[in-house]
Design a protein around this ligand. Structure first.
Ligand code: SAM
Length: 233
């Protein structure tokens, strides 16, 4: 269970009303039961239920059951698409172990509205369901060109380039190790100017995800899996 509180031996932790409903209404836990908690910073802690009712729920940390497990230093940059598909991308990126998720506005981005807090909540749920101890940060929406102007020079960019369609998926094993970011375009793909610009960046590597044009949400999962297989240890 994710909590927005410090975790440490003897630390009391209050849970939200919804969490109290889940723990004591749905799961029917009683005083003395143990619950695994994480906050994205202090690893996983086993906490004992001290007060268990739907209005007032308090747990107390007993011992750490997992240290904080940091994911590989991988960012996912993607252009927001329709709401449900954007949610899907955030959820899958968190499950696949992206460390940071950055929605970006590109030339053909159609959906420039997004609620960062809602997407962050999806990332928390995804981390919860896969037993992670880390929650990726969902950054605020930023223009891709602005982000690339201030790009950290040691971070490689995996440019998922749909103009390579027809080529087999690129073998990533020969690419350098180190910090990486994956870039996925919107439904309409990247504009010709963006493709030229991205191909000219010395930290960017243009790759194919295989012979067919994938939907942006599928492309994000495929790129995360290829990267993890080749470079993610
Ligand atoms: N119109 C579809 C949709 O509704 O989502 C296709 C979108 S595709 C153009 C979106 C992005 O996925 C591209 O900009 C690219 O980053 C990535 N992508 C999709 N297929 C790809 C492929 N075969 N190789 C490389 N990147 C690909």
């Amino acid at each position: 269970l994710y909590v927005d509180a410090e975790l440490g031996a003897g630390q009391p932790v209050a849970v939200t009303k919804d969490q109290a409903h889940y723990l004591f209404g749905v799961m029917r836990l009683k005083t003395g039961a143990m619950v695994a908690l994480f906050n994205g910073r202090d690893g996983e802690w086993q906490a004992e239920v001290i007060v268990a009712n739907k209005r007032n729920a308090v747990l107390e940390c007993r011992s750490q059951s997992k240290p904080l497990q940091m994911p590989p230093d991988l960012w996912l940059l993607f252009a927001p698409i329709k709401k449900a598909r954007t949610d899907f991308i955030v959820e899958k990126a968190a499950e696949m172990g992206a460390a940071r998720i950055c929605p970006v506005v590109t030339d053909y981005t159609q959906s420039e509205r997004m609620r960062q807090d809602r997407l962050q909540a999806h990332a928390v749920e995804a981390a919860e369901q896969c037993g992670g101890t880390y929650v990726p940060e969902v950054a605020d929406l930023t223009r891709l060109d602005k982000m690339l102007e201030n790009w950290p020079q040691d971070r490689h960019l995996l440019f998922c380039d749909e103009t390579r369609v027809g080529e087999p998926a690129t073998d990533l094993a020969a690419l350098p190790r180190g910090p990486w970011a994956i870039l996925i375009g919107p439904e309409g793909g990247f504009s010709p100017d963006e493709v030229d610009f991205l191909r000219g960046l010395d930290f960017a590597h243009s790759i194919s995800l295989g012979p067919r044009i994938l939907r942006a949400d599928t492309a994000a999962v495929a790129a995360l899996a290829l990267w993890q297989r080749a470079l993610g240890d």
